[in-house]
Design a protein around this ligand. Structure first.
Ligand SMILES: O=c1ccn([C@@H]2O[C@H](COP(=O)(O)O)[C@@H](O)[C@H]2O)c(=O)[nH]1
Length: 235
């Protein structure tokens, strides 16, 4: 995976998407993330359209179900020609392996199998929420390493985690794995619902393979300027 900045298209309509792409001057091969909101609004046809136009698409649906169901869903998603997709690592090793099998079987001949990324702990989860609401006895760093190790041995290509965890993950889980990080904020941004955040510059220093950025770009007065600044800081 290229050291990309994925722009999260968290919109409930297509005109906002088109407007943002126009504002960004997004050439073909721009890295875009389609999440649940846009996918449930516009469906797989729109994802296929973006792929046809030459965009790199990260389809972030965070599958979490029994292995057989996730296998079937992943097989369908692979047909769309996306670059990567997500499951929750908490779904367990059998579910992760089933997702991988589905992606392999669903990929059209001659095309690359989408990368499978396992969400460790959402970047909106703090240490306190982990302990109090998930009743997890491990601190965040150890819990994330444990989930990443399970994801790796089950066939995932990488994980979604906070930039704050990447350097430790690289030494504990390995360099031959992807560490894709949302939770990106510029110094002047509000954290909003994100708890484990870092700037693009820090994400680069910690070793993120790619970053995912939504509101700092989509809610900016001048999205193109912020997008260029983030790409420059990260690359
Ligand atoms: O742990 C996770 C997993 C996925 N996300 C997604 O990334 C973007 C972040 O958006 P911001 O507006 O920059 O906060 C969003 O689409 C999430 O669904 C995440 O934030 N954390």
């Amino acid at each position: 995976m290229k050291k990309a900045v994925f722009v999260a298209l968290d919109y409930d309509n297509l005109s906002d998407v088109q407007q943002l792409l126009k504002q960004l001057g997004a050439p073909k091969e721009t890295y875009l993330k389609v999440g649940m909101e846009l996918f449930y609004h516009s469906g797989s046809e729109f994802v296929s359209e973006l792929v046809q136009k030459g965009y790199h698409i990260f389809l972030d649906l965070k599958l979490h179900d029994i292995p057989n169901t996730v296998y079937g869903a992943a097989k369908q998603l692979a047909r769309l020609g996306i670059d990567c997709t997500t499951i929750h690592a908490l779904g367990g090793s059998a579910m992760i392996a089933a997702a991988k099998k589905g992606l392999i079987e669903g990929t059209k001949a001659g095309k690359e199998v989408p990368k499978l990324l396992a969400v460790t702990e959402l970047t909106s989860i703090s240490d306190q929420i982990l302990a109090d609401e998930q009743n997890c006895s491990l601190p965040m760093t150890k819990q994330v390493v444990s989930l990443a190790k399970t994801a790796k041995i089950s066939g995932a290509d990488g994980v979604i985690c906070s930039p704050l965890e990447v350097s430790n993950l690289r030494s504990q889980v390995g360099e031959d794995f992807l560490y894709v990080t949302p939770g990106i904020r510029l110094a002047e941004n509000q954290n909003g619902d994100q708890k484990r955040v870092a700037t693009p510059q820090k994400a680069k220093e910690y070793g993120s393979s790619a970053i995912v950025v939504g509101r700092p770009i989509t809610q900016a007065q001048e999205p193109a300027i912020v997008y260029e600044r983030i790409k420059k800081e990260f690359n």
